[in-house]
Design a protein around this ligand. Structure first.
Ligand code: ADE
Length: 418
């Protein structure tokens, strides 16, 4: 079996950590049990380009239980958990191509390796499989019946491909399911980003000025958690509606030009390029800590910082110091890559439970329905989304009310007023 991982000897540690994560993934577990009985993915070749974490391992085991032949590569050069990659290879016989800290060439070589079995389904986190196939491996399109996309950035790229008429197969936007973005993006990113910042720096959040750039679901999560730890949270936004929401949620909102002068921590979660750039580094306080939790490492203009710096050195794991000519020092976490996966372990398993339940059920949906799907980006079917919410509540032991017959009738009528 082909694979490329750091060290197979890490497999035992990985196996135990996967078992620990899977304990908090009851929805995925119940899907896995059904998949093992019904084999809805039997013989389906699936390439998964995901962050190689304990939670992803639980997803891969679920897909395998359903009968899929899965090959895995990393969706970010710095997010791989090497012990998990080892365990998937050694204990689950899954071809994995992922090494934490791999360079750009290796990253793309791994993407090609994950495509070597001519996948029928692609599972992306950031759309790198889809874009590689469309740009360089068009011969694979003949076998592909559909794909799924995990993250906001990937959905944006894929919708742009669909709008330009270049997307060649259907994609289900897992990110857009309510049971995904309302939980994973908000509570998952909220906790794991603050976790990454703390693990990397061991700095006190309380009393700090914490600048969150972008008030989408991820930014909201981080703002909420930083505020919960006692930070004075400042939001920067380009969208007036979101900025207004941030104001009314009780945060200070200002331009980055102003925020740059006062922030102790800066965290970008916008999905856009060069949100922090030279003009901002010029104004930052000595000791400012800068990181990104958006999908790609484009949000911080690191090249500009490198050009401005008179010196640089790694000072702790995942913390690099840049010395400027006026004596100020700026600290960049995790090379400007997503800090929650570079310096911590990504979102906790109990939110990934819902995200990966969506991935599993959407793979099944594609197998069953691909003949009637076009070259578009589709929403997750509402019944899948609702079923996942129902299963999650049941697993948490939470019961909710049902509509009475009278209430159902009322909701479908228009006659009755005050
Ligand atoms: N994205 C964010 N957190 C993750 C995790 N724990 N596993 C896989 N993908 C993730």
């Amino acid at each position: 079996m082909e694979f490329d991982i750091r060290d197979a000897a890490l497999a035992e540690k990985g196996k135990l950590r996967i078992e620990w994560a899977a304990r908090s993934m009851p929805v995925l577990r119940s899907i896995g049990e059904r998949f093992a009985r019904e084999k809805p993915l039997v013989g389906v070749r699936l390439a998964a380009c995901l962050h190689v974490t304990t939670e992803t391992a639980a997803l891969v085991q679920t897909l395998k239980a359903g009968g899929a032949e899965v090959r895995v590569c990393a969706s970010n050069p710095l997010s791989t958990q090497d012990d998990v990659a080892a365990s998937l290879v050694v204990h689950d016989a899954v071809p994995v191509f992922a090494v934490k800290g791999e360079d750009k060439d290796t990253y793309y070589r791994h993407i090609h390796a994950a495509l070597a079995h001519r996948p029928q389904i692609t599972m992306d986190d950031g759309a790198d499989l889809v874009s590689t196939i469309h740009a360089e491996r068009k011969e694979l399109l003949a076998d592909i019946i559909g794909g799924t996309e995990e993250t906001t950035t990937g959905v944006i790229r894929l919708k742009s491909m669909a709008a330009k008429g270049v997307l060649k197969y259907p994609i289900v936007a897992v990110n857009d399911a309510d049971t995904k973005h309302l939980f994973d993006n908000r509570y998952g990113t909220g906790q794991s980003t603050v976790d990454g910042i703390i693990r990397a720096t061991n700095r006190l959040i309380a009393g700090s000025s914490f600048v969150v750039s972008g008030y989408g679901w991820c930014g909201r999560g981080v703002a909420m958690r930083a505020a919960g730890m006692g930070a004075k949270v400042i939001i920067t936004e380009v969208d007036p509606l979101r900025a207004l929401e941030a104001v009314m949620d009780g945060y200070q909102v200002m331009s980055m030009a102003e925020a740059a002068k006062v922030g102790d921590f800066f965290c970008t979660l916008t999905g856009d390029i060069h949100v922090l750039r030279k003009e901002h580094f010029q104004k930052m306080k000595d000791g400012a800590i800068v990181c990104n939790s958006g999908h790609f490492n484009v949000e911080i203009d690191l090249d500009a910082l490198v050009r401005m710096a008179v010196g640089r050195r790694p000072i702790r794991d995942f913390v690099e110091e840049f010395q400027l000519s006026d004596g100020r020092r700026i600290y960049v976490l995790g090379e400007g890559r997503l800090v929650n996966l570079a310096a911590a372990e990504g979102h906790p398993s109990s939110v990934m439970d819902m995200s990966f339940a969506n991935q599993s059920l959407c793979s099944e949906f594609i197998v069953k329905n691909h003949r009637s799907l076009g070259r578009q980006v589709y929403r997750v079917p509402v019944d899948i989304d609702k079923e996942i919410a129902r299963l999650k509540l049941a697993a948490m032991g939470v019961r909710i009310d049902r509509l009475t017959a009278e209430q159902k009738k009322y909701l479908s009528s228009w006659e009755m007023g005050t």
